[in-house]
Design a binder for this molecule. Structure first.
Ligand code: SF4
Ligand code: SF4
Length: 85
């Protein structure tokens, strides 16, 4: 039992336990030209380019704070963030 507690403590708090606003990111593939601005502006590393892909992927959705840095900087309105709580 104590071993299980120790393992859980070592992993740290679960991402879902994070307080504060959360967002759901949607990328509109038809409009995205792959300029990378959203990836560069995201302060929490939600977005990244997966090797071989020409558009960003949402690689860490649990880290989105709904700050809107990505969608306010996209020149093509190709990314949108919805507040989910
Ligand atoms: S900023 Fe917009 S166009 Fe550029 S990669 Fe991100 S979603 Fe695509
Ligand atoms: S809303 Fe903020 S945290 Fe969420 S993906 Fe966009 S830049 Fe990153």
């Amino acid at each position: 039992m104590s071993e299980m507690l120790t393992e859980k403590a070592a992993r740290g708090p679960s991402p879902r336990a994070r307080s504060g606003p959360r967002g759901r990111v949607i990328i509109f593939g038809m409009w995205c030209k792959g300029c990378r601005l959203c990836v560069e502006f995201c302060p929490t590393g939600v977005l990244a380019f997966v090797e071989g892909q020409e558009q960003p992927s949402v690689v860490h959705p649990e880290k989105c704070t709904a700050c809107h840095w990505c969608d306010t900087h996209c020149p093509d309105l190709a990314i949108s963030v919805q507040h989910i709580d």
